[in-house]
Write a protein that binds this ligand. Structure first.
Ligand code: XIL
Length: 385
């Protein structure tokens, strides 16, 4: 029996042995290392403090929060109460995206967003804006209506109206989301989106300038994913993002922070702390703040065993956050959801064995998981801002 299989059986993971055919050898060995490491690790993430995450983050000058939805917070009272207990910042999962807030060319639907900003402020939480420019979540009318003659005016109207509506109530805006995609083959690494096709790379500058004008108080963020891992494609993405940020700063475009989404894949994403730290330093050297904006840990490739799965997920949170929180430019950590009861991953990355996914700090019953403790511990150990 191979070392991996022996280890799997020692841990009671019969399932892992059967997974070999669907996982490439490289991933399997990373997964087995992750299992080995987590079972060797001293300290088991047992909850040692009861203080909510928002307090533990605040104690270090950090902000902890999560995404949720109007529909959820207004109907699930128990969840809403737990959310307010744990989070110091709320980001709407879809309510401020084009498709929801701008459903027809001359109509803006502020109702769900307005409800959320009030909920946030009523519970002493900050509120984030997500997102003003993205290739995703475009409304149906977009493709038929927008062309190279009217695109700039439509973009400006959207930003002026939406950022203007929430002006003074927003901690930070994800002004541009996911603009980098090196496989599209451009030397600047930009993603080939309708915005790029119709306006050229300057669409990013136009958006940041309009957002600064509409809401001079908000921290203006460029937000993207795939910036954390050791893989070559992440390296390419880091290089392209840095180039973009350098260019924006050099022409005086008002960008204030980088948002790192941090959607991790258990058993797949590898941490290279040296590379990650150097990247964060490079970003900070541009006089930019950094926010971890959408962290979660996909458990699709992890063993079914809940005890082991939760340990691996917790280990990823703690290892990653202890590296990023060492960088003083990092001011906030947000998870993409708070409880496994509501996570986009149930739909977007379900497990093949159909076991419920467990990517977030609280379980589906709103109990604290090992991941909750790992995040809290990372805050406790973080240097004070
Ligand atoms: C996701 C939402 O969670 C889903 O509910 C929605 O259907 C699609 O978008 N990166 C982002 C977020 O910036 O806007 C995405 O949110 C998740 C990935």
């Amino acid at each position: 029996m191979s070392k991996i299989r022996r280890r799997a059986f020692v841990l009671g993971l019969g399932t892992l042995a059967g997974m070999g055919t669907s996982i490439v050898a490289d991933e399997l060995s990373h997964l087995s290392n992750q299992i080995q490491e987590i079972s060797d690790r001293k300290g088991d993430f047992t909850v040692i403090r009861n203080t909510p995450l928002r307090k533990r983050a605040t104690a270090k000058g950090l902000i902890y929060g999560a995404t949720s939805q109007h529909r959820i917070l207004s109907s699930d009272k128990k969840f809403a109460a737990r959310f307010a207990q744990e989070c110091a910042i709320l980001v709407p999962e879809g309510e401020l995206k084009w498709r929801t807030i701008h459903p027809s060319p001359n109509y803006f639907n502020f109702k769900p967003g307005d409800w959320m900003v009030e909920f946030a402020h009523a519970h002493g939480m900050l509120f984030r804006g997500h997102t003003l420019v993205w290739h995703g979540s475009l409304p149906r009318w977009f493709a038929d209506t927008v062309n190279s003659r009217n695109v700039e005016q439509i973009l400006l109207k959207h930003i002026t109206t939406v950022a203007g509506h929430y002006a003074g109530k927003i901690h930070s805006w994800d002004v541009v989301n996911e603009a980098i995609h090196p496989p599209h083959g451009r030397t600047d690494g930009l993603r080939n989106t309708p915005w790029l096709q119709l306006l050229g790379p300057n669409y990013i500058d136009i958006a940041f300038r309009a957002a600064a004008k509409a809401d001079p108080q908000a921290l203006l963020v460029y937000n993207d994913f795939g910036l954390d891992g050791a893989a070559y494609q992440d390296e390419l993405r880091r290089t392209a993002v840095l180039k973009l940020l350098e260019r924006l700063k050099s022409v005086g475009t008002p960008v204030h922070a980088l948002g790192i989404q941090a959607h991790w894949w258990g058993g797949v994403t590898r941490l290279d702390s040296g590379k990650l730290k150097a990247f964060l330093r490079d970003v900070a050297d541009l006089d930019l703040k950094i926010m971890i904006t959408e962290m979660d840990v996909t458990d699709k490739k992890l063993p079914k065993d809940v005890i082991l799965r939760d340990r691996i997920v917790a280990g990823i949170y703690e290892d990653y956050l202890s590296v990023v929180l060492d960088e003083p430019a990092v001011i906030a950590v947000l998870t993409w959801g708070l409880s496994d009861r509501y996570t986009w991953l149930s739909k977007y990355q379900p497990r093949k064995d159909r076991a419920p996914v467990r990517p977030l700090p609280l379980d589906a019953q709103l109990n604290r998981k090992l991941a909750w403790n790992a995040i809290g511990r990372a805050f406790d150990n973080a240097p004070k801002r």
